[in-house]
Design a protein around this ligand. Sequence first.
Ligand code: ATP
Length: 259
Amino acid sequence: MSKRIEVDDLNVYYSKFLAVEGVSMNIEPRSVTAFIGPSGCGKSTLLRTLNRMHEAIPGAHVQGEVLLDGEDLYGPGVDPVLVRRQVGMVFQRANPFPTMSIRENVLAGVRLNNKRMSKSDADDLVERSLVGANLWNEVKDRLDKPGSGLSGGQQQRLCISRAIAVSPEVLLMDEPCSALDPISTLAIEDLIDELKQEYTIVIVTHNMQQASRVSDRTAFFNIAGTGKPGKLIEYDETSKIFSTPSVQATEDYVSGRFG
Ligand SMILES: Nc1ncnc2c1ncn2[C@@H]1O[C@H](COP(=O)(O)OP(=O)(O)OP(=O)(O)O)[C@@H](O)[C@H]1O
């Protein structure tokens, strides 16, 4: 259920603009990898190439390879819809479908995949996904109420249950806690720690403490100036990045001496 990601000499473009240049990295299964770096260095852009969401923007394209357990996501004949089923994504702002019930929100991705299910299978899946996202106890008595009636932190966990309901191999998270209060943030961080038993997780975060709390490895990206491409500067064990990084720019960034 958890796959290895290999990024090989990846260039990421918005039309002619090279936003991210020459990234190569291996991301291990059952681990959490944090992408950190200053605004505009391409963290979210790179994240979106890992499930082919980048190319949903007109003119956006990549050069290079992204392999999932050895298979090139950008190979000929690969269906981006199937890729997105294997590689789920959770966004900065929780985005449950507002008019749908909690139950239907959990099932939304599965329904999109045209999977027909009996009522009892659907009930099982809803329960398993909500338990998996640590939300079941809080919502089990109101599954037919709208998802928009939940708190921000609960909505984010609802989005995580929607993502895991389709049984992905990888979970991408783009600043999943940036709109949450500290208690909800801790709940999501605990959940990330549990989810890594089953999934490969990549998280973009601006919060250094969060990167050091949740991730096994950290990738620091930087940008030489406006209009220049973002680059991967250093990628290592999180403890090393935050204690004895090899590159001065990493040290400056993690110690807050940046810019
Ligand atoms: N849809 C788009 N069209 C054109 N350029 C874009 C688009 N989205 C992002 N960019 C550019 O790509 C570069 C990388 O942006 P990206 O959002 O990936 O950076 P980031 O490191 O995630 O930033 P932040 O930390 O502020 O979210 C920036 O120069 C940005 O302006």
